[in-house]
Design a protein around this ligand. Structure first.
Ligand SMILES: [Zn+2]
Length: 154
């Protein structure tokens, strides 16, 4: 079985879906059909694995929720994800979202493993379904995420 060996916590931290995520990342970097959705992949995995209370984890969670919100609810183009993240990091001030959804709640939804399980023709649909589910898990904090987003992009 895969060990929890990656200190980074984003890529290999989850024994249940970390390996599937790494596989999807490699495909996403190399496949021009998948590449436009790359940020959706990264954001979905990140918000399903929010990490600890350190400033780096807190910032990563916050900006990934913010871009997911823009993609899912405001029709933003996922290809602009990296630029959006840069702006958000420079402008926003984040606080911990309290409470986090329970890990069990986060993992009762679609995961990277479900996305890795479908063939290329279903990838986009399944990826966005996953994104919608993990965004939904943070429902309690949607208002805060919208406020951060408005503040950082205004
Ligand atoms: Zn996981």
């Amino acid at each position: 079985m895969t060990e929890q060996s990656d200190a980074d916590g984003v890529t290999g931290g989850c024994v249940r879906c970390g390996p599937a995520y790494l596989e999807l990342l490699a495909l996403s970097y190399n496949d021009p059909e998948r590449r436009p959705h790359h940020q959706v992949l990264v954001d979905s995995y990140s918000v399903q694995h929010p990490g600890g209370d350190d400033p780096v984890a807190m910032q990563r969670l916050s900006i990934c929720l913010m871009t997911l919100y823009l993609f899912l609810e405001r029709g933003a183009d996922a290809r602009h994800g990296p630029q959006l993240h840069r702006r958000m990091v420079h402008r926003a001030r984040f606080t911990r979202l309290e409470p986090h959804p329970a890990a069990q709640d986060l993992h009762s939804r679609l995961t990277a493993a479900d996305v890795a399980a479908v063939d290329a023709t279903q990838y986009e649909k399944q990826l966005w379904a996953w994104a919608g589910e993990v965004w939904g898990a943070w429902r309690e904090h949607h208002a805060q995420v919208r406020a951060w987003t408005d503040a950082s992009l205004s």
